[in-house]
Design a protein around this ligand. Structure first.
Ligand SMILES: [Zn+2]
Length: 355
């Protein structure tokens, strides 16, 4: 398996030997070990944008541990729950099963934990479809500030929901703030709380933290998901990328660069893996905003990433720009791949700050 990273101070690639050590002590089987390492890297890549650099390695370690101990099964269940939280938030009818009733109760408990304004805002926005602009008017605020407030409220809600669902109280006073900071992707807050250290020391949070971030990745709230199987999907991915980038505030050339990179990466999926998906997410970090593209497939993988990343190499890149081309178009670029397992590309473009 190979991993390549660029454009970021702490590369995912550096985590590979670390994870291998952690997992190697617990797993003897070489291919199981490879699988866990690969899955850990993919998950860490996906969560990276919401993690402070100092929390990155701890996050990878606890994720690997969870995978080894089979905790992911529980995590997957929680993910399904969370997905429903977004999909079907209404209280269940009399025909629904116990699980749904429990979820509805958990949502109610979680909502009750929010301050009144956040609770009302969230319900008005998500359930009644009120625009942020109209809420801003009512609150004497700006749409941007309201959006940020709702985002924090959602992050908080996710934590409270999981706690309510598991009917558990966090074991230490630090747990809740750490989980909130992880859930909301608040890097500065994570640093202040030394969230990485806490993840390593606290069994509760080492289970809950990755669950929160993974579910968030899959949560439909902000993400635009485009299944990619045919040429029409490539076009759709490119168009959606343009839309999302425009929403973030990109214009002109940047829009073209981003949609070109997405088009290229989607074309690779159709050509070499046949089927996969492109997920577009608006991201924020310390005041700057950008768009992140995650392209995943379960195709044949890339045997020699070093070569695939060289200009002119055509096996993966085809006639188009290939991976090196995409890398040049974006600010951050990472690819992880394993033969017969698939390839994940994560690339991010940041908006230039107006000075
Ligand atoms: Zn904790």
């Amino acid at each position: 398996m190979s991993v390549h990273a660029a454009g970021h101070s702490s590369g995912i690639a550096e985590l590979d030997p670390l994870i291998r050590r952690v997992v190697g002590g617990r797993l003897r089987d070489q291919s199981a070990l490879d699988d866990v390492v690969q899955e850990t890297l993919a998950r860490t890549m996906a969560a990276r944008i919401r993690l402070d650099d100092g929390a990155l390695a701890p996050y990878a370690i606890v994720t690997a541990r969870n995978l080894v101990s089979g905790l992911w099964r529980r995590e997957e269940r929680s993910q399904r729950h969370l997905h429903r939280l977004v999909d079907r938030w209404e209280p269940p009818g009399p025909d629904d099963d116990v699980v749904l009733r429990e979820q509805a109760e958990a949502v109610a408990v979680a909502l009750a934990e929010l301050p009144p304004r956040e609770r009302l805002g969230l319900v008005a926005h998500e359930l009644e479809g009120r625009e942020t602009a109209s809420l801003a008017e009512e609150w004497g605020s700006t749409p941007g500030a309201v959006a940020a407030q709702l985002k924090r409220a959602r992050a908080k809600l996710r934590v409270e929901y999981l706690l309510a669902l598991g009917r558990i109280d966090p074991p230490t006073p630090l747990c809740r703030p750490v989980l909130m900071a992880l859930s909301g992707g608040e890097r500065r807050r994570q640093r202040e709380l030394e969230a990485g250290q806490h993840l390593l020391e606290c069994d509760f949070c080492s289970d809950m933290g990755p669950t929160l971030l993974q579910s968030r990745e899959k949560g439909a709230e902000d993400d635009v998901q485009v299944p990619v199987e045919c040429d029409a999907d490539v076009v759709a991915a490119r168009q959606r990328a343009r839309e999302v980038a425009a929403e973030v505030g990109f214009s002109g050339t940047d829009l073209t660069l981003i949609s070109t990179a997405v088009s290229e990466i989607a074309r690779n999926i159709v050509q070499f893996a046949r089927r996969g998906e492109v997920v577009l997410t608006r991201v924020e970090d310390d005041g700057r905003s950008g768009v992140r593209v995650v392209a995943r497939d379960a195709g044949p993988g890339i045997a020699d990433l070093d070569r695939a990343e060289q200009d002119g190499f055509s096996t993966y890149g085809g006639m188009g720009l290939g991976l090196p081309g995409c890398r040049r178009l974006m600010d951050e670029f990472e690819v992880t791949s394993k033969v017969d397992k698939g390839t994940t590309v994560v690339m991010t473009k940041w908006r230039q700050q107006p000075n």
